[in-house]
Structure formats: structure tokens, C-alpha cells
Write a protein of this length. Sequence first.
Length: 74
Amino acid sequence: MKGLHSIAFLLVIIGGLNWGLMGIFNWSVEMVLGAGLSKIVFILVGLSALYLVFTHKKSCKMCVGGSSTDGTMQ
């Protein structure tokens, strides 16, 4: 499951970078990869986001262990 979590996290980062590039430079994944491949990337990013929404709390060390006010793990 750690591998799936890592892949999903990476795809969500790619999606966030895509949004940032769209906002700043008006670039998108579609401009770089083409329409066909970018649709697959968009679907994978969306599925990754859903996966992380439902599994993040049990996978994240910060969410599971909590943190103190000084930022260290408890």
C-alpha cells in the first residue's frame, strides 16, 4: 500500500503543479503531452486525489501520531 500511496501523492503533486502553471503562465499538461495522453493523466490525478481523500489519515504520520505545538511528533 505504501507504493500506491506514493504514486497517488506524486500524481496529486503533478495536478497541483498543473494548476499552478495554468494560473501563472497559462500552460497545461495538455500543451506538453497532447490531448490523448493528458486526458489519461487528468483521470489518474483525479483518482489519486480521491484515493488520498479516503486513505490519507491512516497513511500520514502527522495525522496518525498528531503533533505538538512545537511541530514535533508526540
